[in-house]
Ligand binder design. Structure first.
Ligand SMILES: Cc1cc2nc3c(=O)[nH]c(=O)nc-3n(C[C@H](O)[C@H](O)[C@H](O)COP(=O)(O)O)c2cc1C
Length: 196
């Protein structure tokens, strides 16, 4: 890793993400997202990064899921990418906001119809008594929408993690890895090299 990178984590993320997209075998956009409830119980799961720019890192999900409950109480999250074959990790932390309805609608429209129906049918993170109950819900929503456009459920949208810390980690021999931390301090990104 070039430690001489400007005080700006975004071009470096873009470069690493493009390399991962070219070289990582499956789901290069998979990342863990950790959330916590108001009383500090932490929970992590994998989601897919769907967009990023200077505003932040966006994933889509059911707002009434476990992570949605956490983010309602405590709108902050930590993301972690591990690109195994590249031996690289990126960690991102920050506050979380919902994307605009227009953004969510645009992304929802780009999804396959079966995924759109699935967003209606799945009550994500609620107990499912029997798989046939889900199949029945899929049939119901499928019939309801028929050949018409499927609307986005209001409980399905995107979260944007607005970063204030981004750390790049690259493996080096003898565990003397490179770590480069960018933190947002009084509105400006500051860069520091960390001990491995
Ligand atoms: C590779 C992979 C990608 C996933 N992508 C998403 C995603 O983009 N959105 C999502 O809601 N769940 C995704 N999931 C499922 C989540 O890991 C999780 O099971 C689900 O969101 C419920 O989490 P919760 O109960 O903590 O809210 C993905 C799982 C895997 C393994």
């Amino acid at each position: 890793m070039d430690m001489m990178h400007a005080n700006d984590p975004f071009p470096l993320f873009q470069e690493w993400f493009e390399t991962a997209t070219d070289e990582e075998f499956e789901d290069p956009n998979a990342m863990s997202v950790a959330t916590a409830s108001a009383d500090g119980r932490v929970s992590a799961r994998i989601v897919l990064l769907k967009e990023f720019d200077r505003r932040g890192f966006v994933f889509y999900t059911n707002l009434m899921s476990h992570k949605g409950d956490d983010l309602l109480e405590n709108p902050s999250a930590a993301l972690c990418f591990h690109w195994k074959s590249l031996r690289r990790q990126v960690r991102i932390e920050g506050r979380v906001e919902q994307v605009s309805d227009a953004e969510a609608d645009r992304y929802f429209r780009s999804r396959p119809r079966d995924s759109q129906i699935g967003a209606w049918a799945s009550r994500q993170s609620q107990p499912l008594p029997d798989r046939t109950v889900l199949e029945e819900r899929i049939r119901e929503f499928d019939e309801l929408y028929g050949s018409g456009a499927v609307l986005r459920p209001t409980h399905w949208s995107g979260y944007r993690v607005v970063p204030d810390r981004i750390e790049f980690w690259k493996a080096r021999p003898f565990r003397l890895h490179d770590r480069l931390l960018f933190s947002l301090e009084r509105g400006a990104w500051v860069k520091r090299v960390l001990y491995p």
